[in-house]
Design a binder for this molecule. Structure first.
Ligand SMILES: NC(=O)c1ccc[n+]([C@@H]2O[C@H](COP(=O)([O-])OP(=O)(O)OC[C@H]3O[C@@H](n4cnc5c(N)ncnc54)[C@H](O)[C@@H]3O)[C@@H](O)[C@H]2O)c1
Length: 265
């Protein structure tokens, strides 16, 4: 049976050129949503085509940097002018930053991670919410956090940023509750295959830390060994959790973080 649970809804997805954003955007399109696909990368055009192939009518592609609050606001102003008011947001763009001991972490990169992963999430959440409030409509937001919020070794900025995403989620859920906008987050752990998995396995191996081998293949085994379900999660498994939180099946769930971690803590 065809899944049409998002028919009549419009989803705005950031990080839409990336692995998780693209997979989730295509799933939303398959389930009847109109999609607006945003990313700093030109890869967003490929996602647009994939969403069209999945059944989305007139998917919209937007190129912006989430840290540029004016560009983000302009994007929502342009959509509203075109009578497009997204009522679902997957606020997902992110950057892992450097992998090194906190004692060696470069301040410039620390700021960059916080700017993209926290201020960027805030910028999009704010512009999305204001457009929706002005239209007097309910909606749902899912922010992408990470299991790194608990303190992943060699990822000081990223871990701090994702803990902040969870706090921002819980505050926003309270502030937007009376506007009938639900705000939740997802915390993936080790998800693959994809750019982030490859990058973290390689870069953790290069840190010479006590936690991981200096052989990337062994690092992969060490990471999987820390997961009770003994495998990494798939992109589709992340998308499924996001779709649940965005859907009316989660109508009484707000201010919550779903851990997509195979039991890893
Ligand atoms: N893949 C994993 O294992 C994993 C685990 C936990 C959390 N996450 C989180 O999931 C989200 C998506 O990750 P992914 O695995 O798809 O990685 P990815 O690198 O494939 O995708 C990230 C996307 O964000 C975009 N982006 C980065 N900076 C941006 C900016 N300033 N403005 C606009 N777009 C920007 C990139 O261009 C890219 O398309 C991220 O927030 C990431 O932190 C991923």
């Amino acid at each position: 049976m065809t899944d049409t649970r998002f028919a009549g809804r419009t989803a705005f997805i950031t990080g839409a050129a990336g692995d998780i954003g693209r997979t989730t955007a295509v799933r939303l399109a398959e389930c009847g949503a109109s999609v607006v696909l945003a990313d700093v990368s030109e890869g967003v055009d490929e996602t647009t085509q994939l969403c069209r192939d999945a059944g989305a009518t007139d998917p919209v592609a937007i190129r912006f940097d989430v840290t540029d609050e004016h560009a983000v606001q302009q994007a929502f102003d342009d959509l509203v002018e075109a009578h497009v008011v997204p009522d679902l947001l997957f606020n997902n763009a992110g950057y892992q930053g450097l992998f090194c001991n906190v004692a060696d972490y470069e301040a410039d990169d620390f700021r960059r991670v916080l700017d993209i992963n926290v201020t960027g999430v805030f910028n999009v959440l704010k512009s999305f919410s204001n457009a929706l409030i002005a239209a007097g409509r309910p909606g749902a937001i899912v922010n992408t956090a990470s299991m790194a919020h608990g303190g992943a070794p060699n990822m000081a900025a990223y871990s701090a940023s994702k803990a902040a995403v969870i706090a921002l989620t819980k505050t926003s859920a309270k502030d937007l509750a009376d506007k009938s906008i639900r705000v939740n987050s997802v915390s993936p752990a080790f998800i693959g295959p994809g750019a982030m998995w490859d990058r973290q396995v390689q870069l953790q191996a290069e840190t010479s830390s006590q936690y991981f081998s200096d052989d990337p293949d062994e690092v992969a085994q060490q990471m999987i060994g820390a997961v009770p379900l003994r495998r990494y999660g798939s992109l589709e498994e992340v998308a499924d959790a996001v779709l649940f939180l965005l859907s009316d099946a989660a109508s009484y769930i707000t201010a919550f973080d779903i851990e997509i971690s195979g039991g890893a803590v």
